[in-house]
Design a protein around this ligand. Structure first.
Ligand SMILES: Cc1cc2nc3c(=O)[nH]c(=O)nc-3n(C[C@H](O)[C@H](O)[C@H](O)COP(=O)(O)OP(=O)(O)OC[C@H]3O[C@@H](n4cnc5c(N)ncnc54)[C@H](O)[C@@H]3O)c2cc1C
Length: 346
């Protein structure tokens, strides 16, 4: 082993909520776990950004909790002070599920989970290769980490690219399932205003038509001291304009949002989410691509297209891995039959 190579028991790729939940479960089961993420911070799509004194949630806006297991987790997070109820009754006449938000921001949940995991950040994985009964995980900086098992939680097209770069054998039926998974794109514009917005309490709006899907007032939401609005474009608009000039797109979305902004925009930034929410998901909560050495693929594309689904997929990935006996030589796909996806929409 050269000095650029290290070894661990399990590698979890991705410090988004699914990866962090899987890693926490595995660590609690006594496993040695290393979490890797390409980003500078943890949370993935549970993201917030700060500039000029304003704070924005610019990825996931809230969480709903349909399943008992996730409701218990939310209660635990509320006790820890990292989650609060944002609003309950939907003024649009929708369902009455409570909407929870991270406190102070959505990424607070990921930061709390990561405290016990010490993830290796700014460490993009470029390739995974099977090396006998281990996986060799290659990082962009040339480092190599060997592990008995790997859990992959990036958006599925990104995980597939990592696997294909290392010529990992994926059974045909599994590949077909993975290639069917699709995500919609989403532009998020963050606008700092010089006065309060016209977005009513509790601080969000869902325009019925046009290129804007969602507006949130982060000040009314309780996370920004300054008036700060997040604008999410629709999947259709984001797809059509994906290659366009980002500044131009931000200005266009701000102009369209003006009737709800009420005040002038002092500063703005734009972020493009290539994989925002899955629009075609898998029926199972995770897939074991290989049993020995174990390779599991998980994330919100498996558990249902939202934060709750990502958490449940993280649990399923850890449980599936713990069920696999190292002595099993069988290769090929096994689905997690015990954890079927709950497909109800929020
Ligand atoms: C704009 C937007 C709005 C949303 N709104 C809501 C909402 O209101 N309610 C809701 O419930 N859900 C919402 N979602 C969806 C929710 O954010 C996701 O379902 C959930 O956060 C997904 O978590 P995950 O762990 O599966 O994936 P991610 O959070 O994407 O985590 C994957 C991680 O893998 C890392 N990674 C990727 N490639 C590599 C690599 N090569 N090497 C190392 N690391 C890598 C990434 O950096 C990332 O941290 C929204 C998402 C977006 C983008």
């Amino acid at each position: 082993m050269n000095q650029n190579t290290r070894r661990t028991e399990i590698i979890v790729i991705g410090a988004g909520i699914s990866g962090l939940v899987a890693a926490t479960e595995l660590k609690e089961a006594g496993k040695q776990v290393l979490v890797l993420d390409k980003a500078r911070g943890v949370g993935g799509r549970l993201a917030n950004r700060r500039f000029d004194g304003a704070v924005f949630d610019h990825g996931a806006q809230f969480m709903t909790a349909r399943e008992e297991r996730f409701r218990f987790l939310i209660e635990d997070w509320q006790d820890k002070g990292i989650v609060e109820e944002w609003y309950r009754s939907d003024p649009d006449g929708g369902d009455n599920h409570p909407r929870f938000r991270g406190s102070p921001t959505m990424s607070a949940i990921a930061k709390e989970l990561a405290r016990n995991l010490d993830p290796l950040l700014q460490s993009p994985v470029i390739r995974i290769e099977q090396d006998g009964d281990e996986w060799s995980v290659n990082l962009q900086d040339g480092a190599l980490i060997q592990a008995k098992a790997v859990v992959m939680t990036p958006p599925v097209p990104q995980s597939l690219a990592i696997l294909d770069a290392g010529n990992v054998l994926i059974p045909g039926t599994t590949r077909t399932r993975l290639e069917k998974i699709q995500y919609e794109k989403c532009f998020a514009v963050m606008a700092l205003l010089d006065g309060p917005s016209l977005i009513p309490f509790p601080g969000y709006l869902k325009p019925e038509t046009g290129p804007i899907a969602w507006l949130a007032d982060n000040q009314t939401k309780g996370i920004s001291g300054l008036p700060a609005v997040t604008i999410h474009a629709t999947g259709k608009y984001s797809e059509t304009n994906w290659e366009g000039d980002r500044n131009e797109i931000a200005r266009q979305l701000i102009e369209i949002a003006q009737p709800w902004l009420g005040s002038s925009v002092v500063e703005y930034q734009i972020h493009g989410w290539r994989y925002s929410k899955p629009i075609a998901t898998d029926k199972d909560r995770c897939i074991a691509i290989n049993q020995h050495p174990a390779l599991i693929i998980a994330g919100d594309a498996f558990g249902g297209p939202r934060v709750e689904g990502a958490v449940l997929s993280g649990y399923a990935a850890a449980e599936t891995l713990l069920q696999l006996r190292p002595s099993e030589e069988t290769r090929g796909m096994i689905s997690n039959r015990f954890n079927k996806t709950n497909r109800s929409e929020s």
